[in-house]
Write a protein that binds this ligand. Sequence first.
Ligand code: FAD
Length: 459
Amino acid sequence: KPPQCSNPSGLIGDSSCCDYETVDKLNVGFSAKLQEIVSMPFFRYFKVNLYKECPFWDGAGLCMNRDCSVETMDKQKIPEQWRSDALGKVSIATSNQLFGAMPVKPAMIKDQEFCAPDIATDEVYVDLKDNPERFTGYSGPSADMVWKAIYEENCFDVSKEMTAGCQYCESERKKLKEQQAHPEEHKHLKENNILVPPEPAPIDAKKPSKEQMDEIFSRVPKGKGDLAQLMKGIAKEDGPEESCLEKRVYYRLISGLHASISIHICDEWFNQTTGEWGPNLDCFVSRVGMHPERLENIYFDYVVLLRAVSKISDYLASYEFCTGDEAVDKNIMSVVMELVDLVKQCPPTFDEKLLFQDAGQGKKLKNQFRDHFRNVTRIMDCVGCEKCRLWGKIQTTGLGTALKLLFSYDDASLKGHRADGILSRSEIVTLLNTFNRFSESISAIERFGVMYQQRLRDE
Ligand code: FAD
């Protein structure tokens, strides 16, 4: 077994009682099964609207690189049942165990939803296999603006008592005061649903120069590199320093998603000199490897997704995959059941009951958490590269689905539910594709670790 040079160790924390090493071991089993699942048409064919206007700012821009474009597919190839609205519909909460326990409002987004619905007429069908998530060349102010806006959603209006010692919340309270001092200006922005475009972050602000990289590598004792440990002294923590669990969870989810996307880019990088696709170690080291928290946050998303899948394992067992061909349906079910068996052998990975416990503020915070996450799914319409938008939508919807399962349903309320009563087909598809993407990131971390050791030996 290769040395775990870049893998973090110890407890993942923040409501997860699982450790990093356990995730590495579990992923060996999950990775092959998830890849088998996402290669099946049920999980590969996806209906999406890629042409909605950015609801938050003008001029989201469009990446014109060939690799940014999405290949669509012929609608006729999709089984009728998957096209029907019935499968896309999301059920209405009836139990008071469900998140919000509000009266049903059919025309509006349901309280238990963590994603903004992707309703529009100009939807297209795509085969995800024809559109792999990888390097596209999309970068610069447009990408920076989207990431910045996503991180800025990590801002909850919570009470002073609850967040004592939380510096980030302090700065949010300051902002709120400023807004109250200029109510007219903010009323206008709010009424027009305008999110003030954040200043683009300086590009590559944290990318090390070649000299820095050489220096970093030279400090690693040959054959004994522990990248994560060494980098600890070099890289500064990304996230806001603060003590409120819910905000940390939110931040880790987003940062983990960002890091995972970066790994996919680095793992399938287009080398313009050779004209070939392949892994790029320098890209991995500078974007993820030298930031231990980013690595850790990928594992954090993984345990959250695994918990969500474990919560619906009985539900998946009764799902009707409806391809129109019984033999194919049986085959999908048997592979999904193999995944369910693996999930059932796992130790608990995340305890969602520890969140939103504050008697006074818990419910308000939960609603804000949900609303902010919904906004993140809306921000995906501002991504100026079709393929990045496609995978951004899939993964934010997949994470939103996981959050819905964690925070809108308790275990008892999921027992005995009819399978199509809780999740739409696209939610199941995005959940398992997202889990697969994180699983691939964990596998890639291991491969990059081996490459890194090799480089050290070669130097
Ligand atoms: P970026 O990744 O843009 O990061 C910007 C800043 O955020 C960094 O300077 C750093 O300060 C901070 N940061 C970076 N990572 C983290 C983290 N994990 N946690 C906390 N802070 C962090 N490009 C592709 O080639 N293919 C794709 O499929 C693709 N999909 C995308 C999907 C979305 C939703 C978005 C917004 C962008 C996507 N991009 C994609 C663009 C890509 O993510 C980068 O923005 C781009 O490659 C430029 O990278 P960068 O090194 O400048 O830093």
